[in-house]
Design a protein around this ligand. Structure first.
Ligand code: PLP
Length: 406
């Protein structure tokens, strides 16, 4: 994150209606007008600072959007009721029937399913490819291609996209690069690296308390306004509106994002190094053994580390399930999907968040059924966590040289 963007975020300061230190929540779905003419102008989008109806915009959603635009260093940001609400709005705004998308093959299962299955209704085709193969990306672009889509650090395989290089390809073809930065808020600033549109599931690290579902699109003012257009905006017309109460609570949680990200990364780096030294099959972008380590190092904001996600392959689904159940019993975290919580969360993506991806494609991309995805928590004593996790693995004979394929 550039110093300027970090300072912009830090400097955001709002006063509540009665001088409160948090902005007042606008608890209304509709707004009054003293003059009918102003209502008409507001409907047409010509009246700054006037609110009409909360599906279009509300003060609380605008405050959160402003903080997220500062976080990503974009002109504007629109918030949505979910990450998928944000992603599907962007895709449907950019693509018409019979057009084409170039996407990384390792993306969140819901995004994959939307592109692969749902967009068939509109005859929109997606080429899923290895996003680290820049030649393949360039070659797959056709005159019908309307966007390149990737995750900065992918779910669940933690592949690192070279955003600056992808942006060059996108710019050469006059198409936007859309980057989902859910796994690496603060650590990576895609817009600074050339991404045109940045999306997030706020449900994860940005909110950080696993009590809300929300999403955001960060981009130019023109693009964000087009999403809100009353006649043709996918955001406005698909209706994935974030509730004002939730927008206000997410904004409050965002105040501690920088501290949390540093701790998630510090703990994940510690465990990844220890487990790798124990000969476990670990993938973490902060390890020099990770194929995308140098790309990440080059494009990251180092003070926030390599992120809170790591994967461990324990050979089989049975091993994975046994280990996850044991770790939950020992209070090391929760056997749950999602990420960015204060407690460690673990799940086997092949049978959960990536189950939309057919088995043969999972195999092709290296997503084995023994793969566990960990979202490492904010544990104060990570050395103790390591010892406890290791003892769970020893009990189950998962540590080298005892690894058994059950
Ligand atoms: N993008 C990524 C990388 C995700 O991991 C997820 C959810 O797991 C989403 C998008 C979708 O977000 P939401 O569940 O908030 O709709």
């Amino acid at each position: 994150m550039s110093k300027k963007a970090a300072n912009d975020l830090q400097d955001l300061q709002y006063f509540g209606e009665y001088g409160g230190v948090n902005p007042s929540i606008s608890d209304s779905s509709t707004y009054t007008f003293l003059s009918a003419k102003t209502m008409f102008d507001t409907f047409e989008g010509n009246t700054e600072g006037c609110y009409l109806y909360s599906r279009h915009s509300s003060p609380s959603n605008l405050y959160l959007g402003e903080a997220l635009a500062a976080l990503e260093g974009t002109e504007t940001a629109n918030v949505y009721a979910s990450g998928m609400g944000a992603i599907t709005s962007v895709i449907l705004q950019l693509c018409n029937a019979n057009e084409h998308i170039v996407s990384s093959r390792t993306v969140y299962g819901g995004t994959y399913a939307f592109m692969k299955n749902f967009l068939k209704k509109l005859h929109i085709k997606t080429s899923f490819l290895d996003i680290t193969d820049l030649d393949a990306v360039a070659k797959s672009i056709t005159p019908e291609t309307k966007m390149i889509y990737c995750e900065s650090v992918s779910n669940p395989l933690l592949e690192v996209a070279d955003i600056a290089a992808l942006s060059k390809i996108a710019k050469a073809h006059h198409i936007p690069l859309v980057v989902d930065n859910t796994f690496s808020p603060l650590s990576i600033s895609p817009a600074k690296l050339g991404a045109d549109i940045v999306v997030h599931s706020l449900t994860k690290f940005i909110n950080g308390t696993s009590d809300a579902v929300a999403g955001v699109v960060c981009g130019t003012t023109d693009f964000c306004l087009s999403l809100k257009d009353v006649n043709s905006g996918a955001g406005m017309l698909l209706g994935s509106t974030l509730d004002s109460l939730r927008a206000a609570s997410i904004l409050k949680n965002m105040r501690t994002l920088h501290i949390r990200m540093k701790k998630h990364s510090e703990n994940a780096q510690f465990l990844a190094e220890k487990f790798e030294a124990d000969d476990l099959r670990i993938v973490y972008p902060g390890l020099p053994s990770h194929p995308g380590h140098l790309v990440m190092e080059d494009q990251m904001n180092p003070q926030y580390g390599f992120g809170g996600l790591l994967t461990m392959d324990v050979g089989s689904l049975k091993n994975a399930n046994n280990l996850m159940e044991r770790m939950q019993d020992r209070k090391l975290g929760y056997l749950a999907v999602s990420l960015g919580f204060y407690k460690t969360l673990f799940s086997a993506p092949g049978t959960s968040t990536s189950s939309e991806i057919p088995l043969e494609e999972q195999e092709e991309m290296g997503l084995g059924d023994g793969l566990i995805r960990f979202s490492i928590g904010l544990d104060d004593d990570i050395e103790r966590t390591y010892e406890l996790m290791k003892s769970c693995m020893q009990d189950l004979k998962l540590l080298h040289p005892n690894v058994e394929k059950v």
